[in-house]
Design a protein around this ligand. Structure first.
Ligand code: NAD
Ligand code: UGA
Length: 335
């Protein structure tokens, strides 16, 4: 999407936006896209220890010196939200404790704090301000795909504690929206990939291991499948959701190409020009067997249409991870 000026559903121009989780994988790409559109961006991130802080700082390399970008290094659960929201025309809420497989056991407290409590705090602070919020939800709210492809009206049934917290965050958004307190739109992303993908996710782990000549870790038989979404399509969905998404709406955001993990390994072997050695492990707890996005509602209501196919997207991630290109969107940030 390339609107000259970003607007909300009322046609009001978005001059200033708050991006929570701006130093993360998807948040850093969204931040760059907003800067490219002429928006002034406040990026909130507390650099949680889920993965290496240096990776997150590197994610912000293109944005950090931009004159319209301000980084606020604070915790969404603790920071002065009135000050943070002052002057904001829109909020993109990506800050979260991600990761399906790490959400069992003691770590669950971080999921509750960052995904539920912090989201409720943000919604409360935004109540009555008229500022719209786009919430990053997740395909994990469905658990094992109840039907394939899965429409938004299908039953939810998370199979991981992470998915349960993302669903609660989404439900909170719907409640605040139903009461007319906050205009919210939720986007259920299906396994996002591309340059800067988190280091706990499959493609990053596969590319880094194979690049170093180590065997990759394969959970289960490899026949589990996903609808994979390239990061620029997830970013585009955020801009479209702000512009066209009805209050309380929920949209599936998928890349349109469904593949098994074995299928991915075959493409990667091709791209990396060699055999990938595999170290087999049991199926990971909390892993959905299949996910598959029906994006017809998003197509109809917000004009979402994914543009990057799996082979091309994987090639871009490989090139970026192996240091050949800097980012998904290699254009320089300008004014
Ligand atoms: P990420 O971990 O790279 O980014 C999240 C960022 O939020 C991190 O930089 C972290 O430091 C920050 N953060 C966490 N809690 C915070 C808090 N309390 N205060 C301030 N900052 C905080 O993750 P990502 O993969 O970019 O995911 C972004 C969003 O998209 C998350 O909400 C995630 O649940 C959702 N999502 C991601 C995927 C995917 O495939 N990556 C799929 C579905 C949904
Ligand atoms: C991803 C994100 O990590 C979640 O934050 C997000 O909410 C979720 O997508 C979603 O779509 O909602 P996941 O689908 O598990 O979760 O993504 P990957 O970590 O990339 O895993 C994909 C598949 O590869 C899984 O079946 C996993 O078990 C497998 N895998 C992963 C391996 O076989 N080996 C690995 O080293 C890593």
């Amino acid at each position: 999407m390339s609107p000259d000026t970003l607007t909300d559903t009322q046609g009001r121009p978005i001059l200033r936006a708050l991006v929570t989780g701006a130093a993360g994988f998807i948040g850093s790409h969204l931040t760059e896209a907003l800067l490219d559109l002429g928006v002034e961006v406040t990026g909130l991130d507390c650099f949680t220890r889920y993965y290496d802080e240096e990776r997150k700082r590197a994610n912000l390399m293109a944005a950090r010196d931009h004159r319209r970008f301000t980084l606020v290094e604070e915790d969404l659960g603790l920071t002065d939200l009135d000050a943070l929201l002052d002057g904001a025309d829109a909020v993109f809420h990506l800050a979260a404790q991600p990761g399906v497989r790490a959400s069992w056991g003691e770590g669950f407290q971080d999921y509750v704090t960052n995904n539920i409590v912090a989201t409720q705090r943000l919604l409360e602070a935004m109540s009555g301000t008229g500022v719209p919020l786009v919430y990053s939800s997740s395909s994990s709210v469905y658990g094992d795909a109840p039907v394939m492809p899965t429409p938004e009206g299908a039953a939810t049934g998370p199979v991981s504690p992470y998915g349960a917290t993302k669903l609660t965050g989404e439900n909170l958004c719907r409640m605040y929206s139903r009461d007319g307190r906050v205009h919210t739109v939720s986007l259920r992303y299906f396994t996002v990939y591309g340059p800067r993908q988190r280091p706990d996710m499959a493609f990053t782990r596969f590319i880094e291991a194979a690049g170093q000549g180590r065997p990759i870790t394969l959970y289960g038989d490899g026949e589990q499948s996903r609808d994979f979404t390239f990061v620029s399509d997830a970013v585009d969905a955020n801009l479209r959701a702000l512009r066209h998404g009805g209050s309380g709406a929920v949209y599936n955001i998928g890349g349109g190409e469904h593949a098994s993990v074995n299928g991915i390994l075959a493409i990667l072997g091709d791209l990396l020009g060699g055999h990938i050695a595999v170290d087999r492990h049991p199926t990971a707890a909390g892993d959905a067997r299949h996910t598959s996005a029906d994006v017809s509602l998003a197509r109809r209501e917000i004009g979402f249409d994914p543009t990057v196919g799996l082979r091309e997207g994987l090639a871009r991630q490989v090139a970026s991870a192996l240091g050949r290109v800097p980012a998904a969107n290699p254009q320089p940030l300008g004014d």
